[in-house]
Design a protein around this ligand. Structure first.
Ligand code: ARG
Length: 466
């Protein structure tokens, strides 16, 4: 059903109809649209703007439409202009002329932003639960690998020994910040826009707070022009999603590297790998590659909406209809990416020996040799120079620093004693880094406890959201 037409003499060109229509995208908001209409109809009746019995008839009609859509009796008709037209048209079809009173004191401009906000509130709660599930898998894997030594890198060059738990917990911190961004975004979008009308509210004695309360919003928007023009919340959600995807993509890149024959730090489960149609030996990390690839797609969605909005004068402009396709695409992509990633991470096998071997090569304990000298009174810069010479010597002789004899050590500095061997053992190198935030098992256990605490607090915070 068209919601307008009175002032038109000719029907709309069919291509324009198609071009103008958003139902294929916004039909997924049918529930939010109906819930918004229920609250609006209730308020119209309570405020005597429409007769109470009409309001009750509308409410009963809307409830039965919701039920029939959910059990498949009513199919959303894609020839409608949008989900708002469809619901209102279906209501009038079912209950008759009283249905035509529903749109009193309301416009699709405030209605669409209400629906999108309601939808996004639910989606952000779901998203935060996914991210928490991811954190729980990271926690589990980290707990299993507190003493799994691996090389840490800078510039993709071996740097210092760390543990796999320490490395994993770095990602837990990123996802912790992502969760706080999700909740922050939720907080800001939790303002109810209905009642703003097309742009300038209405002359009816509406009660916006009553609608907000019924729909579970914490407050109402302050300015009607802003209410119908604002898409910050969608942009903010897209930017949160982009950052989450960026984190997942970095993690994926590492998983891809670790699964190579060259690294062999991990093995992906068959369930989360794919084969090659030509090379029988192949086991490819497609899940991680797709997460990395789909990150570009989510960035694209963010860029779409930023660009759509950048030149729009107040208030509503039809350009803004483009918001939902980008938003839903990013939500769907991130949702599937996180869920699949969780399974891949949960089932991967850690090759502890190869990680340790990786740390034993490449002079990851060179800093510790310098630190040994410093602790015996040598200035760090001098110690650095001495160890540089030791490394050069080892490279020429194809040795690890640990392989040097006491005599060879003494040739570089008389300060070296027998205790050098224990000081540069990889376990010592890791365990002596007890600084808060570091890789020692004591520091990592603190990080694990903090993660557990933060997961618990976030779950509680989410449980309070409506
Ligand atoms: N389908 C539109 C959208 O998604 C709904 C609002 C249309 N308002 C209007 N006055 N044409 O933005």
């Amino acid at each position: 059903m068209k919601l307008w037409g009175g002032r038109f003499e000719k029907g709309v060109n069919s291509l324009v109809n198609d071009f103008n229509s958003s139902i294929r995208v916004d039909s997924r908001m049918y529930k939010e649209d109906i819930l918004g209409s229920l609250a609006h109809a209730n308020m119209l009746g309570k405020q005597d703007i429409i007769p109470e019995e009409d309001s009750l008839k509308i409410i009963a009609g809307l409830k039965s439409i919701l039920e029939r859509i959910e059990n498949g009796v009513i199919k959303i008709d894609e020839s409608s202009e949008d989900i708002h037209s469809f619901v209102e048209g279906t209501l009038t079809y079912y209950i008759g002329d009283e249905g035509k009173k529903l749109h009193t004191g309301r416009s699709r401009n405030d209605q669409v932003t209400l629906d999108t906000k309601l939808y996004l509130k639910g989606a952000l709660i779901e998203l935060s639960k996914d991210v928490i599930n991811l954190q729980e898998v990271i926690y589990k894997k980290a707990e299993e690998n507190v003493t799994t030594i691996m090389p840490g890198y800078t510039h993709m060059q071996k740097a210092q020994p760390i543990t796999f738990a320490h490395h994993l917990l770095a990602y837990a911190e990123m996802f912790k910040r992502d969760l706080s961004r999700i909740l922050d975004c939720y907080k800001r979008l939790d303002e109810m826009p209905l009642g703003s009308g097309a742009l300038a509210t209405s002359t009816y004695n509406i009660d916006r707070n009553m609608v907000a309360k019924e729909l579970g919003f914490s407050s109402i928007t302050n300015n009607s022009l802003d209410s119908v023009s604002d898409r910050d919340y969608a942009i903010e959600a897209l930017s949160v999603l982009s950052i989450i995807m960026m984190h997942l993509s970095r993690f994926s890149e590492e998983i891809i590297l670790w699964a190579t024959n060259e690294f062999s730090f991990i093995e992906l489960s068959d369930e989360y790998s794919t084969g090659s149609s030509i090379m029988p030996q192949k086991k490819n990390p497609d899940v991680a590659e797709l997460v990395r690839g789909k990150t570009g797609r989510v960035y694209g969605d963010l860029m779409t909406l930023l660009t759509v909005m950048k030149g729009l004068p107040l208030a509503y402009n039809k350009d803004m209809q483009e918001d939902k396709e980008a938003l839903f695409d990013a939500l769907d992509t991130a949702n599937l990416s996180i869920k699949t990633f969780i399974g891949m991470l949960d089932t991967l096998k850690v090759n502890k020996n190869n990680m340790k071997k990786g740390a034993a090569l490449g002079f990851t304990n060179a800093t510790d040799v310098a630190d040994y000298l410093v602790k015996k009174g040598v200035a760090f810069r001098v110690a650095h120079e001495i160890v540089g010479e030791i490394v050069l010597y080892c490279i020429k002789k194809n040795l690890a620093i640990d392989d040097l004899s006491m005599e060879e050590f003494k040739n570089f500095s008389k300060i070296f004693e027998e205790d050098i061997y224990a000081a540069i053992d990889l376990v010592t190198c890791v365990e002596e880094r007890k600084v808060f935030g570091g890789p020692s098992s004591s520091s990592v256990r603190i990080q694990l406890d903090l993660l557990k605490e933060s997961i618990k607090n976030t779950k509680e915070a989410i449980a309070c959201l409506k």
